[in-house]
Design a protein around this ligand. Structure first.
Ligand SMILES: [Fe+2]
Ligand SMILES: [Fe+2]
Length: 164
C-alpha cells in the first residue's frame, strides 16, 4: 500500500470516528495557530492521529481505535498561539496538556482513555504523568515523531529558501 492510499485510508478512519470533532468550529479555528514551522496545530493533530493509526497497523497493536483517534485529535486542544509573547505561555511545554484536557472536556464527551491520552501526552517531559493505556503511549511516540518531521521539514524549507 503506497503512502497516498494509506493517508486516504487513515483519513476515512478519522472521519468514521471523529467527524463531530473535525467539523467543530473551535477545532477548525486551530488552523490559525502555528505548531511547528508552517504546520498549524490543526494539521499537527491530524498528522499525529494518522501516525497513531500507522503505528497500530505496523505493530498490530490491539487498541480502542475510536479513543485512539479522538484522544490524538484533541491532545493539543489548548486554543492559543504558544509563540505569542504572553507570560502565561512561558511554561507551555508543562502546562498545555492540562489546558487541552480542560477545553476538550468542555466541548466533547471524553472517556478515561481519551482523558489519559491528552493529560499524559507530554511524558517523559512531564515525568509524573506516566501513561496508563496503550493508546496514551502510542500517542506519546506519534507526537514526538510528528514534531520531529515537522521541525525537519521546516529546517529543510529554510535551507532551500536560503540556497535557491
Ligand atoms: Fe502537546
Ligand atoms: Fe502535539
Amino acid at each position: 500500500m503506497n503512502n497516498i492510499v494509506k493517508k486516504q485510508k487513515y483519513a476515512a478512519v478519522l472521519d468514521n470516528y471523529a467527524s463531530d470533532i473535525l467539523s467543530f468550529e473551535t477545532f477548525k479555528e486551530q488552523k490559525k495557530y502555528i505548531q511547528h514551522g508552517k504546520i498549524s496545530v490543526y494539521e499537527h493533530e491530524i498528522l499525529v492521529a494518522m501516525t497513531c493509526l500507522a503505528i497500530v497497523d505496523k505493530f498490530d497493536i490491539k487498541v480502542d481505535k475510536r479513543s485512539l483517534v479522538r484522544g490524538a485529535l484533541l491532545h493539543d486542544y489548548f486554543l492559543y498561539d504558544w509563540h505569542d509573547d504572553d507570560p502565561s505561555h512561558r511554561l507551555h511545554g508543562f502546562t498545555h496538556a492540562e489546558r487541552a484536557l480542560m477545553n476538550a472536556s468542555n466541548d466533547f464527551e471524553l472517556n478515561d482513555i481519551e482523558k489519559d491520552m491528552i493529560y499524559c501526552h507530554m511524558f517523559p517531559l512531564n515525568i509524573s504523568r506516566v501513561p496508563k493505556y496503550n493508546e496514551s503511549l502510542i500517542l506519546c511516540v506519534a507526537d514526538k515523531i510528528s514534531a520531529l518531521k515537522e521541525t525537519i521539514a521546516n529546517i529543510y524549507l529554510k535551507i532551500v529558501k536560503y540556497t535557491v
